[in-house]
Design a binder for this molecule. Structure first.
Ligand SMILES: NC(=O)C1=CN([C@@H]2O[C@H](COP(=O)(O)OP(=O)(O)OC[C@H]3O[C@@H](n4cnc5c(N)ncnc54)[C@H](O)[C@@H]3O)[C@@H](O)[C@H]2O)C=CC1
Length: 296
């Protein structure tokens, strides 16, 4: 089996290179690939890449993920997050290939406190969420066999992430202020990549598993409790940090270009039921990432 992976160097793409490798011949590209066009800002070039490579599976880990910047670059965000996934989906439909694609909790408005199911009404608050939602719709409209995994608060050991930023700030300052009114589940790119591989393997055998799934780690937290957890973990493992006061503040204390949903709780009942997979608690993955990053 031939698998085409786009966006190979993002948080998720990097982990997918590992997780998808045992499933078949993996061709992993990023936007600067020279042999085959793989820049999602250039939708017209993508169909030729699919036709030339003839993959049985296309995995799209590429996305415009700069949530605040998207407010001032809506056209580029839309091209990368909606138009190009639609082109890939059309090409997949024509080739009889599967498309595995990722979306976000930001397709919802985050009202209330309940965990949302896949069928809950969408109402994005920002350009990024709107373009990701349009990408989902384009994939469904293409008629290709697909899996769309909506995830949230993705982190990875490689590259920058929220936990690393908190550790750096906690080393520099006595007082940190962190938002406590956005609730969600930090989800490791490694977990998401492993889920992807398992789900893909089953879906290839059972095409009726195609569809949209919420894929996030277990449990829930706020950014504030997440930051406290990270700092306490580091202290418990012998790291000296200056910060003694981790103050909880509302989202309104931080002015950002894009509005973010307060309630990012996603129900994973469908994923667990259809695929029989277990979603470990978010702290399990974060602790593992911290051990990797801090070398303990
Ligand atoms: N990071 C997060 O907190 C969340 C991410 N997601 C979704 O998960 C998926 C993976 O996200 P991450 O790995 O965290 O993002 P990332 O920002 O780490 O990686 C995105 C990748 O897309 C590539 N890319 C950007 N523009 C491109 C273009 N024009 N052509 C080709 N490649 C391009 C980037 O170079 C990068 O390698 C995306 O679909 C994202 O929308 C969903 C919810 C939360």
């Amino acid at each position: 089996m031939k698998i085409l992976l786009l966006g190979k160097n993002g948080q998720l793409g990097w982990e997918l290179q590992r997780a998808l490798a045992p499933l078949g011949e993996l061709i992993a590209l990023d936007r600067h690939a020279t042999d085959f066009a793989a820049d999602l800002a250039q939708p017209d070039s993508l169909a030729a890449t699919v036709r030339a490579l003839q993959p049985q599976v296309i995995v799209n880990a590429a996305a415009y993920t700069a949530v605040d910047k998207a407010e001032s670059e809506p056209e580029l965000a839309r091209t990368v997050n909606a138009t190009s996934p639609g082109v890939l989906a059309q090409a997949a439909a024509e080739a009889g290939a599967w498309l595995l694609h990722y979306s976000t909790d930001y397709v919802f408005d985050g009202s209330g406190t309940a965990a949302r199911s896949e069928d809950a009404a969408t109402a994005p608050l920002n350009v990024y969420g709107q373009t990701k939602l349009e990408g989902e719709a384009a994939i469904r409209a293409s008629g290709c066999r697909h899996l769309i995994l909506r995830t949230s608060w993705v982190y990875a050991a490689r590259g920058g992430n929220f936990a690393k930023t908190m550790l750096r700030l906690a080393g520099e300052r006595e007082r940190l202020t962190v938002i406590d009114d956005q609730i969600g589940a930090p989800t490791g790119a490694d977990l998401l990549a492993d889920l992807s591989a398992h789900m893909l393997r089953q879906a290839l055998q059972q095409p009726e598993c195609a569809g949209t799934y919420h894929a996030v780690a277990g449990g829930e937290t706020s950014w504030h409790a997440y930051a406290r957890h990270v700092i306490e973990w580091a202290r418990a493992h012998g790291h000296e940090l200056k910060a003694t006061d981790i103050a909880a503040v509302p989202s309104s204390a931080f002015a950002t270009a894009a509005q973010r949903p307060l309630n990012s709780r996603l129900s994973t009942a469908r994923l667990q039921q259809v695929f029989g997979l277990h979603l470990p608690h978010w702290q399990t993955g974060v602790d593992r990432m911290l051990a990797e990053v801090l070398g303990r």
